[in-house]
Write a protein that binds this ligand. Structure first.
Ligand SMILES: CC(C)(COP(=O)(O)OP(=O)(O)OC[C@H]1O[C@@H](n2cnc3c(N)ncnc32)[C@H](O)[C@@H]1OP(=O)(O)O)[C@@H](O)C(=O)NCCC(=O)NCCS
Length: 395
């Protein structure tokens, strides 16, 4: 039997505001599932005539699948959204790229004809379930990964500084300041409003509030301020709270359809899938892996970086973002990269960040109708990189 792949489109992409993890976080009293269900509902409400009965699967990225994030959270979400029992779901783990992998798996499902409409996304409540919680690494893990530094993402960032001393702390701090400035400009210009779904939550002090703004950005960041910060991962290190993504709570989700179904329903898709690639590197420098994944995704698409008008590169740490840009032959301030700022400013609730990148790219495509191709890419703990290329459909 010969079959053609279906074209796959992003109809919409939304997220919660991102909170700081911990007792002072806006989502300290909100469960991970309750960050996700408003997104499912909003994705359909914003895109009539899409209805729950059309959603053929929910693929949800979650890194630490225990406690409230366990029990196949993806399956629970449709029921918690009051969509009844007939919408299936699953959870997906590729650590930080769990959500982006879920989106790409959704693309595969639709392309292969397994579904015409599904929702993919990700969540991480790092306040309730800290990184590495209850993990029981195999006794050979250190040996096969090189050494124990591969377990600590902050140490992997220090390792990149060690191996590539041309990337200095000053460069990392300058990159972080610029990221905060770009985020401040985007937030002040109202760019976040279109994709953040406001949700009412109980705050740590017991009051209730509708949360629609990110808690993490620090617009007052200066290079002088950053220069004075401690290096928590290593004495005399270079990685600080200011040039790292933070510890955060948040969720993001994407409504995917076959292009044929979107046209039939009359919904206006934002972008079309072009190619996906995953790559793996030495886990001790996991943050370097987006570059090979990006090269692979470009090659699969028959494109070069020159063809890419907008680049959404997740910033786990400034040093790894810089390493990827320089490896790819780009300038550290390439104007196509993270135009609205990145995870250093907004925060990085692990598996939620991939679909957050998709939401940013869709928003940037809308703002830049002449842009044709865009890229979403990120690094992954244990040494992986993930990249997806998209084509702008908003002309
Ligand atoms: C780096 C890290 C350990 C910092 O955690 P933290 O100590 O809870 O961070 P905080 O937000 O409290 O910041 C620490 C200090 O730096 C200061 N700070 C943080 N960002 C700042 C900025 N942009 N400008 C000035 N000061 C800043 C804070 O005010 C705080 O100061 P204080 O100690 O005087 O209160 C944590 O964010 C982390 O682990 N990040 C990486 C997460 C990760 O690995 N993700 C996966 C990636 S693959």
């Amino acid at each position: 039997m010969q079959r053609e792949l279906q074209q796959v489109v992003v109809v919409d992409a939304v997220r919660t505001a991102f909170g700081r993890a911990g007792e002072k976080g806006i989502f300290w009293k909100t469960r991970a599932e309750d960050l996700c269900t408003p997104l499912l509902q909003a994705l359909l409400e914003r895109n009539p005539p899409a209805t729950p009965s059309m959603v053929e699967d929910i693929l949800w990225g979650v890194t630490n699948q225990v406690k409230e994030q366990g029990g196949t959270l993806g399956r629970m979400l449709s029921m918690l959204a009051d969509w009844g029992w007939s919408v299936p779901g699953c959870s997906v783990d590729r650590m930080c790229a769990g959500g982006l992998t879920a989106v790409a798996m959704g693309v595969n499902h639709i392309a292969a004809g397994m579904a015409d409409c599904l929702i993919a996304g990700g969540v991480e409540h790092m306040g309730h379930i800290p990184m590495g919680f209850l993990r029981d690494p195999h006794p050979r893990s250190e040996e096969v990964m090189g050494d124990s530094s591969a377990f600590s993402m902050g140490m992997t960032a220090e390792n990149i500084h060690d191996r590539f001393p041309e990337i200095t702390r000053e460069m990392a701090d300058a990159y972080a300041v610029e990221c905060q400035k770009k985020a401040e400009r985007a937030i002040n210009a109202g760019k976040m409003k279109e994709t953040i779904i406001p949700i009412e939550v109980e705050l740590p002090d017991g009051s209730r509030r509708v949360v629609d703004k990110d808690q993490q950005p620090r617009p007052q960041t200066t290079r002088e301020g950053l220069a004075g910060l401690k290096t928590p991962f290593r004495e005399e290190g270079r990685v600080t709270a200011g040039n790292s993504s933070g510890l955060n709570d948040g969720a993001a989700g994407v409504l995917l359809m076959s292009e044929e179904m979107a046209l039939r329903l009359g919904v206006r898709p934002k972008m079309r899938w072009v190619s996906t690639a995953v790559a793996a590197v030495d886990p001790r420098i996991m943050g370097t892996a987006p570059a090979p994944a990006i090269r692979k995704a470009l090659s699969k698409a028959g494109l070069s970086l020159k063809d890419i008008d907008i680049i959404e590169l997740n910033e786990a740490f400034a040093v790894q973002a810089l390493h990827n840009l320089l490896t790819l032959g780009l300038q550290s301030d390439d104007p196509r990269v993270n135009m609205w700022g990145g995870s250093i400013a907004y925060g990085h609730p692990l598996a939620a960040s991939g679909p957050r990148l998709v939401a940013f790219l869709a928003g940037l495509f809308k703002e830049n109708p002449h842009a044709r191709y865009g890229l979403t890419a990120m690094c992954v703990g244990r040494g992986q990189g993930y990249a997806v290329i998209w084509e702008n459909l908003i002309h």
